[in-house]
Design a protein around this ligand. Sequence first.
Ligand SMILES: Cc1ncc(COP(=O)(O)O)c(C=O)c1O
Length: 358
Amino acid sequence: MGIEDLARPEIVAMKPYSSARKEAPGQGILLNANEAPRPLLSQPGRLNRYPEPQPAELVARLASLYDVRPDQILVTRGSDEGIDLLVRVFCRAGQDAIMQCPPTFGMYRIAARTQGADTVSVLRSAGQEFKLDQESVLEAFAGDSRIKLVFLTSPNNPTGDSIGRDFLRRLLELSRNRAIVVLDEAYIEFCASPSASDLIAEYENLVVLRTMSKAWAAAGLRCGSVLAQSSVIALLQRVIAPYPLPSPVLSLALRMLDETMLEQQQLLMQEIRENKGVLIHLLDNRKFIRQVIPGDANFVLVAVDDAAGLLSYCARKGVILRGFPADPLLQNYLRISVGSKPELEKLASVFDAWENGR
Ligand SMILES: Cc1ncc(COP(=O)(O)O)c(C=O)c1O
């Protein structure tokens, strides 16, 4: 059984759209794409022309950064688009399901619902600091043949815990020929353990998601990567928009991935690690804080006495934290991102005021 047998049959059978830029990659007198002959704005990347569908130079740099081959990567508009493509390719409306482990990133469920696929949830328990219940994940997966995609997040948002390789391997073995395991590594750069992308060579049913939104300080760029064997990438290529990456994004992404940036990126990582220590310290010994879950990413999750009250008090003082009013598992919790030192000082003074009766 190959990966194509897991995909929606109509996607496999479909003849994909072939864009003008794909058929003739942009040299010579271009009269094939109904573009304007000259740009009005002079700007790197020839704005009057459609961009390369998957820009070879960017793909090569990202492949080297993420340690995969260029044919094992699809560049997307953030990981959000990767999630959406996966659900659209593998889940049949009204028949298939995704699996997720809440509390977790909300877009898995939204993508499934948009596609008309069901969501099977294996809940994490507050009593266990929201750690993944591995045995329940394996059991739930084994017991539901509708599951086509298992979304795991490492480190998880908003609980910050990471997935061990042993468990990942067990799940990959169990799901071989049956489902895809999607490992969302949006925050992996903040955590001590390495990416699981080296397992891609071994498992056709492993997909790893990476992004420039977090550790590369470029959420505004909308540049994500789906890493998988080329058979999986080819399926996603069938449904991705013809020109996902705007040419200004391409030029900026190439600048970001310049060798000289690596050093700056490392310095930023160091600063965030230090500031995370500052954040955790400022949460110590506060009467209204019941629990701090530090996790492995660039945020912490805290349980507080009056989450809604504190959230709106902080907002009135100009500090915006993340609450989860719609999530029954996280009613008393707030997520705090690691900001700059002055931002954290401000947070500390707002917390002082809240603690001392305003
Ligand atoms: C776990 C996780 N995955 C994916 C994303 C989306 O990333 P991107 O900005 O690349 O779309 C986020 C954003 O917060 C996230 O927390």
